[in-house]
Design a protein around this ligand. Sequence first.
Ligand code: ZN
Length: 444
Amino acid sequence: MPEILIRNASHVVTMDDRRRELAGVDIRLVDGVIAEIGQGLSAKGEVVGAEGCVVTPGLVNTHHHLFQTLTRAVPGAQDALLFGWLQKLYPIWSRFSPEEIFVSAQIGLAELMLSGCTLTSDHLYLFPNGSRLDDTIAAAAEIGMRFHPTRGAMSIGESDGGLPPDAMVEREDAILKDAIRLVDRFHDPSEGSMCRVGIAPCSPFSVSRDLMREAALLARDKKVMLHTHLAENDEDIAYSLERFGCRPGQYAEELGWVGDDVWHAHCVKLDGDEIGLFARTRTGVAHCPCSNCRLGSGIAPVRALRDAGVPVGLGVDGSASNDAGNLVLEARQAMLMQRVSRGADAMSAREALEIATRGGAEMLGRDDCGQIAVGKRADLALWDVGGLESAGSWDPAALLLAGPLRVRDLFIEGRQVVRGGQVATIDLPRVIARQNALARQLAT
Ligand SMILES: [Zn+2]
């Protein structure tokens, strides 16, 4: 891969072990890795001028349902609570095919890239009309995103007391068989990996206790990560107490769903004991503040989680419940939400940015990403702070306190995937047109 020199960055927020911030430095990218950081480096390949830019590590998104970009702002689901929202959207999602899955994924990935994201997980838990996780993996490979897709699943339909329509659930033996196929085919555990597969039953209320346990055993056997939704809102806690006779954290522990190879989305309603459990076991939390606001779920105890030592990453969540997929906005929202509940000193802009970069990378087991340091992967976001939103700002914290909300340039594995504010790897206007055509078809 050709060498790239990022020249004379005005300010670099490294998120390295010393949390250094550097002014007026160059960064050399060689073979997908940060090879050198310093002043006056000589150029051997392409040079990208970074005067007037703040450079951060690429942001890391730890929870998403990319397919949902096709169901943003659906009337009837805009103001519903979580369970009612799902019941409105399931019949629409049941009409998706592999093309809907592919196109909606590229839209979501492009949106993430333009907001600074270089590594995202995805949680696909329904597979209508021949759709497969392979469709999202192909979408990510084409656009050039570092990708951690997870094989979701639902197995308890309406007739068994679950939420999804019976036609949308799968047999549990088929779910596990497909998870094995996907891990064997796509999972790359090596340093610098562009694809790592996880196993992710949708939630404790959409699969059986047996499947939760089997999924955990399979993940340990294959050395891949586990992911699901947990303790999202009050209804979720009530369901757990009524159906399982315990709180979600205890349910997770009983089934093997704690450990540093597990991360749960939301966890808005974890109590003190559950936070202690997650801290002891290094179980991660994907914090999704905009989704929590949008669905009225509450304010996740991020301050308490971080103080206890729980790994916390950031997630935009599915676009049907956000409905945006802008990751730097999500970091801003995370900061604001803690301040609403705990005061103006509850979370700084730098801490929110740390959760959005290094925090998420560590939670996903990616010590090779999430920071700007020699030897780490060359995943970098360049933010032009010479424009309107940043005019008059005194400090790079303006990135979260003011803007900009889009990157100028983005590098993933040393490859420039956003150039001058435009996605450089796909014909995005064509994909947007196709997405809109698909949405119109689904609306009829
Ligand atoms: Zn979700």
